[in-house]
Design a protein around this ligand. Structure first.
Ligand SMILES: CC(C)(COP(=O)(O)OP(=O)(O)OC[C@H]1O[C@@H](n2cnc3c(N)ncnc32)[C@H](O)[C@@H]1OP(=O)(O)O)[C@@H](O)C(=O)NCCC(=O)NCCS
Ligand SMILES: CC(=O)OP(=O)(O)O
Length: 332
């Protein structure tokens, strides 16, 4: 499948921005191929972590050039002790010992986060091999939430027939309460704006405007109220519209919206879809990707100090290239 116009535009913008990205999973074949594509197309400057010998041999066997790519093996890097000391400082209040800090930064994701934290690269993309928890945990510990006490969440950029949507949260916050769900909605609406997607935000449920009632529905109703208040308090004037609770058809099909929710300001044109929990979000993004053939980029983290993004272990080379370009655009 070729690239959609949407992701090609992101890639073209990334090329103009000239940022550096760490790919910690250089021992994976897809990541190496993505690194080569990113390097050859000039999308970002790449630091690839892994065994120098294995990476050099793999590139040479494919006839690819490593010129422009920095390869670092965390285990033998001269930076190891410096990063261990810095990680120890970050986590000592949590009871970590210096020797545990050293063991931690030998792991590719921790080492890569330390590169970004030190300002030696602009962002990081991992998760082709690591689980989401093993990618996100070091990000939370090292890069940290931009606002103390705020919830970091994730979104997917899902491109369906060349129309981009935001799906959230499909990767991180398992069972958000109403307040967390309202934070996810507002973060996602702002992420939509960043990528030129209309911030028409639907708080999804199995109920539309009280057509069903249960604690599950009440949570989404409460989150909708809180999200509207957050928009008014935190980001007025940005054109963010939040509405709910809505079923998916009432959120994205104007004819159904006209029947089920005729007063909805979204009018069936939602482009930011907020799922009530991680079961719903993760299953939905994969259904649209795998059954409708959509491009799905993410999980993209929102609310961190610096851009770190995750991948599905089922990702393709083009998914990694796309997420790297998105990471470049999120960088300062
Ligand atoms: C991301 C995840 C690993 C965090 O789990 P956790 O058990 O809270 O991790 P930790 O306790 O080690 O948290 C690390 C730190 O981040 C903080 N933290 C955890 N989740 C956070 C969030 N959503 N926002 C902000 N901070 C968060 C913790 O409070 C902790 O802070 P501290 O140690 O500095 O006090 C967990 O939410 C998770 O597993 N989510 C589901 C991932 C998944 O399987 N997705 C499906 C496939 S995409
Ligand atoms: C996002 C996601 O579901 O990740 P994975 O497929 O790696 O579990």
């Amino acid at each position: 499948m070729g690239r959609s116009l949407f992701i090609q535009q992101i890639i073209d913008s990334a090329k103009l921005k000239q940022r550096s990205i760490v790919l910690p999973e250089g021992n994976d074949e897809r990541v190496r191929e993505a690194a080569n594509t990113i390097n050859q197309e000039g999308i970002a400057t790449i630091t690839l972590l892994g065994s120098e010998q294995a990476i050099t041999e793999a590139f040479s066997s494919k006839g690819w050039s490593l010129e422009g790519i920095t390869v670092i093996d965390p285990e033998t890097s001269g930076k190891l002790q410096e990063y261990a000391d810095a990680f120890y400082e970050l986590r000592k209040a949590k009871g970590i010992k210096p020797e545990q800090a050293l063991e931690a930064v030998k792991q590719a994701n921790y080492f890569g986060m330390m590169i970004v934290q030190a300002g030696e690269a602009d962002g990081l993309v991992s998760g082709a091999v690591h689980s989401t928890a093993d990618t996100v945990r070091p990000a939370l510990q090292i890069i940290k939430a931009a606002k103390r006490g705020a919830t970091v969440s994730s979104f997917f950029l899902e491109c369906v027939n060349d129309v981009p949507y935001i799906f959230s949260d499909c990767g991180l916050v398992e069972d958000p309460d109403a307040d967390q769900l309202s934070q996810i909605a507002v973060q996602s609406a702002n992420s939509a704006i960043q990528f030129g997607i209309p911030p028409m935000t639907a708080m999804l449920s199995y109920s539309t405007y009280g057509s069903a009632s249960s604690p599950l529905v009440e949570k989404v109703q409460e989150a909708t109220k809180l999200a509207k208040q957050r928009v008014a308090d935190e980001c007025p004037g940005k054109g963010i519209i939040v509405d709910g609770e809505l079923q998916l058809d009432a959120a994205i099909v104007p004819e159904v919206a006209a029947k089920k929710a005729p007063e909805s300001p979204l009018g069936g044109e939602a482009r930011v879809l907020i799922f009530p929990d991680l079961n719903a979000g993760n299953i939905s993004y994969k259904i649209v990707e795998r059954m409708a053939g959509a491009e799905a980029f993410g999980p993209l983290l929102q609310g961190l100090n610096k851009p770190v993004n995750d991948l599905s272990r089922g990702c393709s080379v083009e998914d990694i290239v796309g997420v790297a370009a998105i990471t470049v655009l999120q960088a300062f």
